[in-house]
Structures are given as structure tokens and as C-alpha cells.
Design a protein around this ligand. Structure first.
Ligand SMILES: O=C(O)c1ccccc1NCC(=O)[C@H](O)[C@H](O)COP(=O)(O)O
Length: 265
């Protein structure tokens, strides 16, 4: 079993428990009654999607985050473009309660970062205030991907379509995805190689907003991703372990903007 299929099978089991507690018709009603979606600005000069990440399969426990809302507030004060909240429980120690806490603490868009494999999760995401959801191309078949992309849009949410290679980028292009992520983490062995980004960025469809995901340890990687065409970076570990979340978001945003301005001139 691969890491991804192992994670997804745990996600499905946990989902079944929640579905038994709150049936589909009830979660749909909650999604309809949820706070309005915050629009995610795709036309960004350069921005940081700052992640609330407690733990990961590759690194184990990362940070004790007693109040994710407080952390998100610091990210927002640093100028984050959006906040990513890992809600997967078993491997990331995340929860929908974290999503609630973050959504209530900030007024910028919030991404539910999870392994979205069932329509229930999209209504659930919206019911808990998500403005964006993650679609991992490697975790979905083409029909699911198309249907979930449409469902996210129907619910007013922006989908971040995550890719890892040329074939997955072609799939994202075929969906007409406006927000595409290139994750430099190999989902088979979990290795991160920031050199994977540039050659894939060249293949991204013209006009999409491009997110470089994983591997930012500091400004060097931000500059490298921005030089290669990233419009946004999604950063988790460096922000939750670095001890200066607000300053780091400010710094990464400034570095990215400066590099993008140089590339454009
Ligand atoms: O982080 C992991 O170990 C991981 C393993 C398997 C699937 C996904 C995983 N991470 C999710 C992410 O994509 C990252 O949290 C995100 O890109 C931020 O990465 P980083 O800044 O390197 O923490």
C-alpha cells in the first residue's frame, strides 16, 4: 500500500463515522446556511498561503499549536494571502475544529487542506466555512476530479488542483483549473526536492495562478520558486517551527514580490 492510499483509507473510515453522526442531507443544509464564501484573489502579485500544520507523515510531530486561531491571526497580520488548515486527523493531527477556529479568527480566505475523496467532504468543508478546497490529482480518478471540481465551484469555493508531474498538470489543464499547485513532495517516498518545481512550472497552462507547495525552509526557496514563476507559495513546516510566523510571512511575501518584479522587468 502506498502512503497516499493508506492515508485515503483512513480518511474514508473517519468520514464514515462523521457521516453516521451527521447524514448527507443535514451537512448539505449546514453548507447552505454557512457564512458566505470569501473570494480568493487569483490575480496576486505574489503571496503566501500559510499553513496550520501540527504533524506530518514525513516529519512526525512538528509543533504544539494550542490555538490555531491565534497562529492564523499572526499569519494574517504578516500579510498572508490565505490560510491552509490541514484537517486530516490520523497523520496530520488536524480537525474540522481547527478549521472552525481559524475561520473565526481571520477575515482572509481559508483552505481546507485534506484528502478530498467524497462529495460529503465538500459540503462539510463549506459547512465549516472553507473558502478553498484541495483536489489532489493523484488521489482521484478523472470522473471524480471533474465532478468534485464542479461541486467546489457550485458551492462557491475555489479548488486548488494539486499536481506532481507533467501528466497531472495536463489533467489540471484539461479541467480548466484556475488555481494549480505543483507539490515538490513525492507522494511515494515523501522526499521533497525543490528542483522539481521549475521544469513543471514551464508546463503550467497560461493564465493559471500557480502555487509552489512544500519545501520552503526560508527565503532562498521562496526566491527560487518565484523566479521559476510561482504566484504563491504554500508553506507549513517552516512557519510552525520557525518561532516567528508573522515576520516570516512578511519576509517571504516581500522576497517573492521583489523577485517577481525583477522577472517582469
Ligand atoms: O507533509 C507531509 O509529510 C505530507 C505527506 C503526504 C502527503 C502530504 C503531505 N503534506 C501536505 C503538504 O502538501 C504540505 O503540508 C504543504 O505543501 C506544506 O509543506 P511544507 O512547507 O514542506 O511543510
Amino acid at each position: 500500500m502506498t502512503v497516499l492510499s493508506d492515508i485515503v483509507s483512513g480518511v474514508r473510515e473517519d468520514l464514515q463515522t462523521r457521516r453516521n453522526e451527521v447524514p448527507l442531507n443535514e451537512i448539505i443544509a449546514r453548507a447552505e446556511a454557512a457564512a458566505p464564501v470569501r473570494s480568493f484573489d487569483l490575480d496576486v502579485e505574489f503571496g503566501v498561503i500559510a499553513e496550520v500544520k501540527r504533524k506530518s507523515p514525513s516529519r512526525g510531530d512538528l509543533a504544539h499549536i494550542p490555538d490555531p486561531g491565534t497562529l492564523a491571526g499572526l499569519y494574517a497580520a504578516g500579510g498572508a494571502h490565505a490560510i491552509s488548515v490541514l484537517t486530516e486527523a490520523r497523520r496530520f493531527n488536524g480537525s474540522l475544529a481547527d478549521l472552525d477556529s481559524v475561520r473565526a479568527a481571520v477575515d482572509i480566505p481559508v483552505l481546507r487542506k485534506d484528502f478530498m475523496v467524497d462529495e460529503y467532504q465538500f459540503y462539510e468543508a463549506r459547512a465549516h466555512g472553507a473558502d478553498l478546497v484541495l483536489l489532489i490529482v493523484a488521489a482521484l480518478d478523472p470522473v471524480q476530479l471533474r465532478d468534485f471540481h464542479a461541486l467546489a465551484a457550485e458551492l462557491g469555493m475555489t479548488a486548488l488542483v494539486e499536481t506532481h508531474n507533467r501528466e497531472e498538470l495536463e489533467v489540471a489543464a484539461g479541467l480548466d483549473a484556475r488555481l494549480i499547485g505543483v507539490n515538490t513532495r513525492n507522494l511515494k517516498d515523501l522526499s521533497v526536492d525543490t528542483d522539481r518545481f521549475a521544469p513543471l512550472a514551464e508546463l503550467a497552462p497560461a493564465g493559471c495562478t500557480l502555487v509552489a507547495e512544500s519545501g520552503v525552509a526560508g527565503g532562498t526557496e521562496v526566491a527560487k520558486y518565484a523566479d521559476a514563476g510561482a504566484d504563491l507559495v504554500l508553506v507549513g513546516e517552516a512557519l510552525v517551527t520557525g518561532g516567528r510566523p508573522q515576520a516570516a510571512v512578511e519576509e517571504y511575501t516581500a522576497i517573492g514580490r521583489q523577485r517577481r518584479a525583477v522577472s517582469a522587468s
